[in-house]
Structure formats: structure tokens, C-alpha cells
Design a protein around this ligand. Structure first.
Ligand code: ZN
Length: 223
């Protein structure tokens, strides 16, 4: 029961878009859930709406503005500078509890629709020090959610051990390379596609893409 249904935590970024297409290739019924917590660039939400329309997948928006009120952060507040974490500090883009809250809401929605699977694009490989992107956290929360709702959830993390290069390769394999390249927003300045090219998120994305394209060209040349 419920094996063929999945809820995908979907932000409109590179990782969650790849996960959404991954889920659509595996499950009969997929619902994409986007959390609106007052992202400082509405372009992320706009991208999410465009992508679900293009993919023809069911979509649900959940209002979580309260998260911004409880935990002010650089993703939602213009007056907080985006800084990479230095010497054991978390980056200013980290939002306390965000993934736990997202996954908990996703689980509530999943149980309501009789779905067991919850798909999230969290990744430990390039995790920038976010504690709630670690595999140990996801496994721990999975157990907690099962106990909390007396239900056998399966949290799927297809990107957990991939680097950005490998995430691009997965998108290409799934046939969504162009969609991910052009429509997703990962840039901290809210610019779709390749973004501003200057922020840490754009640099990480571009480095992975360059590495993937080089590898692809080399493997073609060797064919
Ligand atoms: Zn950027």
C-alpha cells in the first residue's frame, strides 16, 4: 500500500527539481510540495510554479512564513549578509530547523494521501556544514516520524552521496538537463539558470556543471 506514491519537497532549485523528475520516473503518483517561508527572492517560488506546470505534476504550496519570524536568516532577510561559515560556524543561509519542519509537514501530507515515500534533495557531499542535510539526521528523523504517526515512511535522498557534477549527470540521465539548466533557481540573488555567477551557490553549481560537461565531452571523444 502506498508504495507507488511519493511527496517531493520541492523548492524550484537544481537539487529538488532533479529529485522531482527522479520521483516521477519511479512512482505512479507524485505530489510536489513547496514551502513559502518568505524567501527574499520570489523568483524561487515563480520557478517552482513554472517547473511543475512544465512537468505536469501535482503541486501544493504550504505557507511557512512563521519560520522566517522565528529564525531570521539570510535567505529571507535583505539585511542579513550571505556569508560562508568560517571556523566551525554555520553559514548565514542556514535556517534552524528548516529541513526538519519541511520533512515533518511533507510526512503529514504524505500520510493523508496514503503515500509512504518522501523525497528530499538534501546532500551530505556538498552540505556546507548544514547539520540537517546529513544522512544521520535524515535516518533519525525517519524513525521519529514513523513513531510519531505510527506509519512506515521511507525518506528517499537520491542526492545524498552525489557531488554537484554527479547531480548534473543524474539530471541528464533523467532527461531533464535543459529544464534544470534554464528554469531552476539556486542563486542567492534569485537569478534563474546560471544565476549571478558570484554567490557561493552559483559558484558551486557552475563548478559542478563545468566538471560534468568536461567529463561528458571526454567520454564522447573516447566513444
Ligand atoms: Zn548567484
Amino acid at each position: 500500500m502506498g508504495e507507488s506514491k511519493a511527496v517531493v519537497v520541492f523548492s524550484g532549485g537544481q537539487d529538488s527539481t532533479t529529485c522531482l523528475v527522479w520521483a516521477m520516473s519511479r512512482f505512479d503518483e507524485v505530489l510536489a510540495v513547496t514551502f513559502d517561508y518568505g524567501q527574499r527572492h520570489h523568483s524561487e517560488i515563480d520557478a517552482a510554479l513554472r517547473i511543475v506546470k512544465q512537468l505536469g505534476v501535482r503541486h501544493k504550496m504550504v505557507d511557512l512564513h512563521v519560520l522566517n519570524e522565528l529564525a531570521p536568516n539570510a535567505l529571507t532577510r535583505e539585511d542579513i549578509e550571505i556569508t560562508e561559515g568560517e571556523q566551525g560556524e554555520l553559514p548565514s543561509t542556514f535556517v534552524d530547523g528548516r529541513n526538519m519542519v519541511f520533512l515533518t509537514y511533507a510526512a503529514i501530507i504524505a500520510k493523508q494521501m496514503g503515500a509512504r515515500h518522501i523525497v528530499t534533495g538534501v546532500c551530505e557531499t556538498d552540505f556546507s556544514g548544514y547539520p540537517d542535510c546529513r544522512d544521520v539526521f535524515v535516518k533519525s528523523l525517519n524513525v521519529t516520524l514513523n513513531l510519531a504517526m505510527d506509519y512506515e515512511f521511507v525518506i528517499d535522498t537520491p542526492l545524498m552521496w552525489l557531488n554537484k557534477k554527479e547531480t548534473w549527470a543524474l539530471a541528464d540521465t533523467l532527461g531533464c538537463f535543459d529544464l534544470v539548466s534554464h528554469e531552476t533557481v539556486t542563486c542567492y540573488n534569485g537569478i534563474p539558470g546560471a544565476g549571478c555567477g558570484e554567490c557561493p551557490s552559483c559558484k558551486l553549481r557552475a563548478r559542478g556543471l563545468d566538471e560534468y560537461l568536461v567529463e561528458k565531452a571526454l567520454s564522447k571523444a573516447n566513444d
